[in-house]
Write a protein that binds this ligand. Sequence first.
Ligand SMILES: *[C@@H]1O[C@H](CO)[C@@H](O)[C@H](O)[C@H]1NC(C)=O
Ligand SMILES: *[C@@H]1O[C@H](CO)[C@@H](O)[C@H](O)[C@H]1NC(C)=O
Ligand SMILES: *[C@@H]1O[C@H](CO)[C@@H](O)[C@H](O)[C@H]1NC(C)=O
Ligand SMILES: *[C@@H]1O[C@H](CO)[C@@H](O)[C@H](O)[C@H]1NC(C)=O
Ligand SMILES: *[C@@H]1O[C@H](CO)[C@@H](O)[C@H](O)[C@H]1NC(C)=O
Ligand SMILES: *[C@@H]1O[C@H](CO)[C@@H](O)[C@H](O)[C@H]1NC(C)=O
Length: 338
Amino acid sequence: MTQQRTIAISMLNLLLLTLIFYLWSSDLNSGHLLRYPKSYESNTTQRNKLANRTAIALVFYGRQRYIRILYCYLVQNLIDNGGVLSSVIFIAKTNEALDLPYLDEIVAKHPGRFFRKNTTNKEISFHEHYQSLISDQYYFKMDDDTVYIHPNTLASMLQAKLTHPEILFVSANVINHPILGQVHAHMRAIHNLTGFENFTGSLHACDWRSYRCGVLQHESFIKRYKEGTLSAYMFPLWDFHHMETPGNYTGWSINFILFQGKDVMGLDMGDDELQISRRIPTLQKKHSIAVGSALTVHFAYGSQRSKGLVGRAEYYLLDKYGEVAKNACSLKVSNTFT
Ligand SMILES: *[C@@H]1O[C@H](CO)[C@@H](O)[C@H](O)[C@H]1NC(C)=O
Ligand SMILES: *[C@@H]1O[C@H](CO)[C@@H](O)[C@H](O)[C@H]1NC(C)=O
Ligand SMILES: *[C@@H]1O[C@H](CO)[C@@H](O)[C@H](O)[C@H]1NC(C)=O
Ligand SMILES: *[C@@H]1O[C@H](CO)[C@@H](O)[C@H](O)[C@H]1NC(C)=O
Ligand SMILES: *[C@@H]1O[C@H](CO)[C@@H](O)[C@H](O)[C@H]1NC(C)=O
Ligand SMILES: *[C@@H]1O[C@H](CO)[C@@H](O)[C@H](O)[C@H]1NC(C)=O
């Protein structure tokens, strides 16, 4: 038993180290971008390194209760506040009468920065929205239930994409993500979950689809945020396709990603996640990565909601994320927009 455990530990360590060093190029390695990120906002030297590159955020808008939290991070990342976002495009994919007025309210607050687009085929596909993007423009596509964005996240992702032309999609280091959750578990970053409990699979200790696993990851994040130990989640770069045969990649969750318009031009009707995480990289024979210091939190998957991450449990956690956001964003927003 002990011997098996030791072997398992060595193998996991080896795996982790291999992955961590894979693609860890001297560009990123020599900079401080992949360490515990300091704020970019007031550092002109750092901003110049990005060669004044800007990006646009695409948010598929559905649920006001999440956007009320995300809003503050979006404003914080606008170029007016030292961020990289020249604009934020909300693609309204809901008919909820209660959710849309809030969208119009925030769009009206940021003329020339926040925009609303409508979608006519919300049940079928978003391919028209992807195909209509500008080829050389950089876009961050984020889920509306992104409830935390670490300082410097967007700039670090942009930096990784700019310095790694061989890489296709660049993901944030998303908490509550089937693949990256396993990485966090192996790094022993998740409280109440030992690194060697199984993270995936329906019978195992922490099935990512489960309510318990979702709550565990949120509680762990909040505890670490309060303690100031978020660095426990951070790694340099993670290659999603490290062990796979070229041309046969497995999918991953695209909750918070960066790409150029041209990367998604070939998107067809149908599941955008499957195409972005798997089909397009397979065709182009390019890998996609996650940037460790670009920490974000994704609130929930449908299966976690259907197993209980709704109602009181959801509001309890959203209140906590509201408090985190107040702490992480309020000064910036109130300084500029009152
Ligand atoms: C800004 O970043 C540069 C490196 O890019 C660093 O040398 C400098 O100390 C930073 N300045 C501040 C005020 O953090
Ligand atoms: C970035 O823009 C500023 C102001 O427009 C300019 O002074 C600076 O030279 C630019 N930096 C780079 C690296 O292009
Ligand atoms: C989106 O739909 C709303 C409500 O029907 C409408 O007021 C708005 O003008 C539309 N926006 C665009 C860009 O089509
Ligand atoms: C992990 O999964 C394996 C089978 O895949 C099982 O034998 C083992 O007991 C599980 N460990 C835990 C801690 O659930
Ligand atoms: C995590 O562990 C702490 C004590 O270490 C406990 O109070 C808390 O309820 C646990 N959370 C979960 C979701 O198991
Ligand atoms: C692709 O990978 C999957 C497992 O990830 C495997 O089942 C399948 O046989 C592979 N296909 C080819 C053509 O290699």
